[in-house]
Design a protein around this ligand. Sequence first.
Ligand SMILES: [Zn+2]
Length: 83
Amino acid sequence: MFYFWPTLRARDVRHPAFTSIFIVNFLLGWLLIPWVIALAWAYRHKKIVEPSPDEYVKCPDCRELVKADANICKHCRCKLVPQ
Ligand SMILES: [Zn+2]
């Protein structure tokens, strides 16, 4: 399982280059240096945290998502009423 660490990490963070990382990991990983590259590649992508509907509301002015308890929109600086 340790051998597929880069692939598992890429899968966990839903890396956009998951297939490429898997191929490098699977075919070239035994060469060690490509394995280290695949691991670093997998860790370059931060896990995407999907905003939950409870925490975010749409700004009435610019329609961007802002935190529900925000006083000012971070995108357009308009005043908001915290919910
Ligand atoms: Zn706004």
